[in-house]
Design a protein around this ligand. Sequence first.
Ligand code: ZN
Length: 293
Amino acid sequence: MPELPEVETVRRGLEAALVGARFSRVEQRRPDLRFPFPERFAARLENRTVTSLGRRAKYLVADLSSGEVLVMHLGMSGRFLVRKEGRSSMPGEFHREHGGESAHDHVVFHVSNGATVTYNDARRFGFMDLVPRSELETCRHFAGMGIEPLGHELSGTAIARLFRDRRTPLKAALLDQRLIAGLGNIYVCEALFRAGLRPQAPACSLASASGRPTRKALRLAAAIRDVLEEAVAAGGSTLRDHAQVDGTLGYFQHAFRVYDREGGPCVTPGCTGQVARIVQAGRSTFYCPRCQR
Ligand SMILES: [Zn+2]
């Protein structure tokens, strides 16, 4: 499942091919992916210019000159292949296996700048939708969605406000998409480790009685941002080095400090702890019982 940093890397990789350009032709090769395509999908895209390409949680959001927004989700196995001037790239392949047969090329965007952008999705859990720009925030994809973890909204103050009345474990609160959107299990484990916070602690322990952020909340906000930005940067380096886009696992996976390291030594200098694994709400949590308190 692509995590948020991967989607952000895909966004950056697609930006050069799409923004400012027009869809000259769109091939839609099946009626549905996870959901049916919207009516007249190709016709509503053709001859429209992409004015910007953004991201909200794990969705790509392309603004069109028609006033509609093309919303795209990669699901479990979705990927884009960009071909331009005889070169090809596949942005964002940094912790999934490679291997996209052309039988799974479901949408081909022919772009006025000469690029071809192909959407390949073997398992078809991804989807595409068209939504009027004015209804984007209230549409079924984004209504009730929490704040963006890689934007300016996430701060110690925001965490204190969101968590102050919640007695659920910190780990569960961080995975709650209604509070913070798009933060996956790996990055939650890594951020809690960097902030030195125990995953089982009640979420409300990050706010003072008056609702102000504690030092822990400030540390957590910084740790979330750092871990996501490093992962995006690692994806970017994969993007530049096509030799890595061959099925080998990406760089960032080797940089995990606790995730998937059960029994391994804690990497905190001077800490003699071992990474432990527990299960919270059906998901594995990895943490150091010594330095996460
Ligand atoms: Zn430790």
